[in-house]
Design a protein around this ligand. Structure first.
Ligand code: NDP
Length: 527
């Protein structure tokens, strides 16, 4: 694909050129020819294998084993942290320009391998091909954006004012310096961008890294580790370990050898990590990116075609398994019936199936527990609300061996029902009817989350929406996605309240400094 002619982002992915399909299919064939291998961890630059293993299976066909991965232990966590500790002095003293060069090289390798990485993501997560390509392409851009920011800030070395001392000349320099060993724990839904993005920020600023991916998606993160290794990062600077969050992950969290952490995942696990990590000898930086319960508000002045398109994409893209998925649809009374009718019609037209097939929009949910969640929620919602469409798992051929769920819209669920509050993380959205926009805003903000939100209405109403909504990312009148589709450098991504701990968004202006502490260097010379 010519990157000059077409830049793939989540907002531009709807009409890709034909060449993208040709290249994806060739890559898929290559990847399928390599399934079932025993794939190691990378500790101190070397492949490391354990006696206990786990299988990575395809959620579209659970009989297919994609790869066999290592069930890392607490000892492996210690070994990876020790390797990162040994590598830190040299890496942190490597000139930042050289770190930028290496990270850019890794970004270029990700681009070169984009289609193969995307094919793995499609098989491992169940993403359709454009979503999978987006995840991989975003990762390369996150790498580059981190490099750009370091360059734009001249390595974060700033000369401060000179204090007015008589008989002396003072020089005051502010330097941001890396913390040390950084742990990255990533979720299953964006295994590329959410392993690679935080790792790139940590690395380019001079930290060394240990990454632990979700057990559903270890392969994609391995490919990022390989890009870093092949780009020439020294041994130990980047380590990749696999295994259960409850044992291997917890061992990383509990280790005094960790100087900072970026966790992306659920609110429940994130808050546990926040508390556990707080038990260290001193406070350590804790970047938590957690769940969402993302609302869209539709005003009576909205363009309903635009609203329906944007809502549908955000509710059911990646099967509703985006942290930014549009899970609450709040509509003003005068346009309620028309919009709901439209949404139901469009939802029923979505194609569900093998996500590697170019015609398919919805693949399977990523794992057995999401599949079970969907069934429990659908049962509850059918009793307490009105299912307008969906509500069923798909069990007949060709769906029989995968975790396929029909996209679901629910009306008339009382606002007091717990599923207005809880992140479901499956293709289910609930719809509320309101008399005015103030009521809509009260509902929108009445959750513990504050990740993304969308609005459709007039420009004046949109200004009101930005002012009142309590989220880190807010979109108005966007057909490309009501609440989804952020891209580094365009829409930095992060959440307020229970959606994030720092109040600064990834892929944005203020992100890199989170990975460094400040040192003021004052030198006084007698005159
Ligand atoms: P989980 O919270 O279940 O897991 C996330 C990661 O944490 C996995 O690697 C998991 O490992 C690991 N983990 C689990 N327990 C521990 C522990 N005790 N110590 C250390 N690590 C642990 O999330 P999911 O993978 O299910 O991802 C979905 C969630 O992520 C949703 O809530 C979604 O909203 C959120 N998310 C947030 C984003 C944001 O930017 N705000 C972006 C994307 C997703 P294992 O898999 O082995 O259990």
């Amino acid at each position: 694909m010519s990157t000059q002619a077409f830049k793939l982002t989540y907002a531009t992915m709807f009409n890709p050129p034909e060449e993208m399909h040709t290249q994806f299919e060739a890559a898929l064939a290559r990847v399928k020819a390599s399934l079932g291998r025993d794939i190691g961890m990378i500790i101190d630059g070397k492949d490391h294998f354990t006696s206990e293993k786990f299988e990575d299976t395809n959620p579209a066909d659970t009989a297919v084993v994609l790869g066999v991965f290592q069930k890392g232990t607490a000892q492996d966590a210690d070994d990876a942290l020790a390797a990162a500790r040994r590598a830190f002095p040299a890496w942190s003293h490597t000139p930042w320009q050289e770190r930028v060069r290496l990270l850019r090289q890794a970004a270029d390798l990700i681009d070169t391998r984009l289609y193969d990485i995307a094919a793995v993501i499609a098989l491992e997560v169940g993403k359709n091909r454009v979503e999978a390509l987006g995840d991989a392409a975003e990762t390369a851009d996150l790498f580059r954006y981190a490099c750009d920011r370091l360059e734009a800030n001249n390595g974060y070395i700033y000369e401060m004012g000179q204090d007015p001392l008589s008989g002396f000349k003072a020089t005051n320099i502010s330097v941001l310096r890396p913390y040390g060993v950084w742990v990255v724990v990533s979720p299953f839904n964006f295994p590329c961008a959410l392993s690679g993005g935080p790792a790139a920020a940590a690395l380019v600023t001079g930290n060394t890294v240990v990454i632990k991916p979700a057990s559903d998606t270890p392969w994609t993160s391995r490919l990022i580790a390989e890009a870093l290794r092949d780009a020439g990062l020294p041994d130990g600077v980047y380590n990749y370990v696999t295994g259960p969050g409850s044992s291997l992950g917890q061992a990383l969290i509990d280790s005094p050898e960790v100087d900072g952490i970026t966790f992306t995942g659920s609110f429940e696990v994130g808050m546990e990590i926040y508390r556990d990590f707080g038990r260290g000898r001193w406070p350590r930086p804790t970047i938590l990116e957690m769940g969402g319960k993302n609302p869209v508000i539709v005003s009576r002045h909205a363009d309903l075609d635009t609203a329906a398109t944007g809502i549908l994409r955000s509710a059911f893209g990646l099967q509703g398994q985006k942290c930014s998925a549009c899970s609450r649809i709040i509509i003003e009374e005068p346009v309620y019936d028309r919009l709901v009718e439209r949404l139901v019609e469009m939802t029923q037209a979505l194609v569900i199936g093998d996500p590697t097939d170019r015609r398919v929009y919805l693949g399977p949910v990523a794992n057995r527990s999401s599949y079970q969640d969907y069934q429990n929620f659908a049962e509850d919602l059918s009793q307490n609300g009105r299912i307008l469409t969906g509500g069923k798992i798909l069990v007949d051929a060709p769906y029989a061996r995968g975790y396929f769920c029909s996209p679901t819209l629910v009306a008339d669920l009382p606002l007091s029902h717990p599923l207005w509050q809880r992140e479901m993380f499956v293709p289910i959205s609930t719809i509320a009817r309101v008399g005015n926009l103030d009521q809509a805003m009260a509902i929108a903000n009445n959750v513990a989350y504050g990740l993304t939100a969308g609005f459709y209405g007039s420009s004046e109403e949109a200004e009101w929406f930005y002012d009142k909504i309590e989220t880190g990312v807010s979109y108005a009148n966007r057909p490309q996605g009501a609440t989804t589709g952020a891209w580094p450098g365009y829409q930095p991504f992060g959440g307020w309240k229970g959606s994030g701990s720092t109040g600064k968004n990834a892929g944005g202006l203020y992100y890199l400094p989170l990975y460094m502490h400040e040192q003021i260097r004052t030198m006084v010379v007698k005159q």
